[in-house]
Write a protein of this length. Structure first.
Length: 371
């Protein structure tokens, strides 16, 4: 028997790889399903045509309707098309690996501009052009894509099996403000030559779930990290970040993955990191000036952690003594015993010592008859 998925179901399956991804506590077997219900905002225009009741398209998908003047000249749609065309011109669109249908006389949504996904209202929700020879400075008008959920302008790897990746993106300079993108969940700009993230990135903190800008030329971490309460992935490794290790990083209560290796971080790690109890990967290796102590409390509180990496740092303490000389310190390497054999003498309660003394007294009494 051949099964045919309805467009809505097919779209929802695709969402498992959509903006921000699904974390363990959002899967239907664990959560109340609210994350899944909220994903209607990610359903593309061609899928939504089957149920839309919006005034501009009262009868569903009609291509001719897209070229009606009232639809084309609506302020937001007009602004978004202008922003995309400016992006195309500034970033060498004529030389992209794929620029299908990116023409001024066509419509970004109805004519399927390569890498552009629109919602049921004809507004851009995703701009995905990884490894597409996107090269240049991003225009400030990119921030006018107010319905944007995902921005992906990443380069994957410089080469594959010794074959150069000629399709790499080379976005450069300072990223423009995305403050008006009130639904932005995922930024993926790894493998470019970006000097700075938006100064006001914290204005996207209420929605941002994944920030990946590895392998760039960044010198600073985002400010006001404690505001990013929905962030579950922070990948800023292989940059030139010279900041002090932020004391408010521990307030990222939903963070799952932190990659900050190969930077120039300074300062000290302190007890402040303990509240990140959903962390799976914590990698701050190859930051030679980064010191402090990994608190022993994480042995208990970081129950879901897979590994931490502190190689080539000056971090000290008990966990450091087990993890400082390995690239990846898996949990079992510092959390093998649950019976306090990892603890120092000061961690052992008095009652334990008293019990041991009593046992030894009884042993001698039973063995030597009290003599």
């Amino acid at each position: 028997m051949r099964w045919i998925l309805c467009p809505l179901v097919a779209s929802m399956l695709e969402l498992s790889q959509a903006a921000g991804g699904i974390t363990d506590d959002e899967q239907l077997l664990v959560s109340d399903g609210s994350w899944h219900r909220n994903q209607r905002k990610s359903i593309s225009i061609e899928t939504s045509c089957y149920y839309t009741t919006m005034q501009d398209m009262p009868y569903g998908c009609q291509y001719a309707r897209a070229y009606d003047q009232s639809y084309q000249n609506e302020f937001q749609r007009k602004a978004e098309k202008a922003a995309l065309l400016e992006f195309y011109n500034l970033c060498g669109g004529d030389f992209w690996r794929n620029n299908d249908n990116w023409m001024p006389e066509t419509d970004p949504c109805w004519d399927y501009w390569y890498g552009v996904t629109c919602n049921e209202h004809g507004y851009v929700i995703k701009l995905e052009l990884p490894d597409n020879r996107v090269r240049g400075i991003l225009p400030s008008t990119l921030g006018s894509l107010t319905s944007l959920i995902k921005l992906d302008l990443a380069s994957t790897e410089p080469d594959y099996h010794l074959h150069p990746n000629d399709e790499m993106n080379r976005v450069e300079g300072v990223m423009p403000s995305m403050a008006l993108c009130f639904q932005l969940e995922e930024i993926e700009v790894s493998g470019n030559i970006i000097l700075r993230l938006p100064d006001d990135l914290y204005l996207n903190a209420d929605t941002l779930r994944s920030l990946s800008a590895s392998r760039n030329l960044l010198r600073n971490l985002p400010i006001y990290l404690s505001r990013f309460q929905k962030l579950h992935t922070l990948e800023l490794d292989n940059n030139r970040i010279e900041d002090e290790f932020p004391t408010d990083m521990g307030q990222l209560r939903n963070i799952r993955i932190i990659h900050l290796q190969y930077n120039r971080l300074k300062g000290s790690i302190t007890q402040d990191i303990v509240p990140m109890n959903k962390i799976r990967v914590f990698d701050v290796s190859h930051n030679p000036e980064l010191g402090g102590i990994i608190p022993e409390q994480i042995i208990v509180d970081w129950a879901e952690v897979d590994y931490l990496a502190i190689l080539n740092t000056t971090i000290a303490g008990y966990i450091s003594s087990l993890c400082l000389d390995v690239p990846f310190c898996w949990k079992f390497m510092y959390d093998t015993h649950k019976d306090l054999t990892w603890a120092t003498v000061s961690d052992v309660p008095d009652i334990v010592g008293m019990t041991v003394d009593l046992a030894q007294t009884n042993f001698y009494a039973d063995t030597y008859g009290g003599r």
